[in-house]
Design a protein around this ligand. Sequence first.
Ligand code: UDP
Ligand code: MG
Length: 314
Amino acid sequence: MEKLLVSVVIPAFNEGENIELVHEALQNEFAGLSYSWEVVFVNDGSSDDSLKNIRTLANTYPEVKYVSFTRNFGKEAALFAGLESARGEAVVIMDADLQHPPALIPDLLEGYEEGYQQVVAKRNRVGEAKSRSFLSSLYYKTVNRLIQVDLHDGEGDFRLLGRQALEAILTLSEGNRFSKGLFSWIGFEQKTVHFDNVERQNGHSQWSLKQLLEYGIEGIVSFNQRPLRFVMYTGLLIMALSLLYISFIFVMTLIRGVEEPGYFTIISSVLFLGGVQLVSLGVIGEYVGRIYMETKKRPHYLVQESNVERDTYE
Ligand code: UDP
Ligand code: MG
């Protein structure tokens, strides 16, 4: 009987030291399983020896596939490229830094065999910097209030997708990708398996605070128009309050005549409204900026080199 093909998709940005380790761990894992498998490394414009190491692996092992970008396009693009290139009936997405233990793959596959199109690996936050886990949990609480899809703390990209779910993800072609939201948006019955947080093996996390912040904003803005509504309601409320205040002052002036020139009130309302307007412009700008980027219809990434056979690269 033909064995089912499982693809493992791994975005890698400056993961030179980890490439071989991940491959070895996968080899060991799949040795005990009755699946055929392939791994798709996506080299996201690394400046270290990642590509060289991937090439070396690919020359030795037929199951090693890779796609290498012309520059760093970001993790979301790398993930997309990997998913497009994967040929498996089931696809496992994991990081290159061994924070996603390959030992969990049998559990993920078990979920797949039970018929789940999405099997999510959920981690706890053992050993993570207190400040980061605090900020994360705060973020998820806020976002879930705001957003129209559900996001869960500790559920990242480490997951298995069945063919159906994978095709669904690939049809969502937006340029500003926020995978966590997309995975949740496509639906399908999900199964969750749990694992302990693992510290990074080599190198360091490529996320700066600024990138995390931008990722956070992306998560809110790419999924709904609520911030726009919120700004509109605030504007209306402030307008209504100001109208009340203006009528009050008008009547007072009619009764008592002009009093002390109201320097304080004028300057405070000017400043406050100025602030509100700037914030609103910023929020609108976020959306307009995204429309602008989407209308360009630029490709998500450009490939310089690959051993995956495909007709075209979009
Ligand atoms: N990554 C990528 N492109 C980037 C940044 C990161 O492909 O621009 C990859 C990275 O090599 C790793 C995964 O995305 O395999 C997760 O990155 P990282 O470990 O830095 O993030 P964290 O685990 O801290 O969320
Ligand atoms: Mg990591």
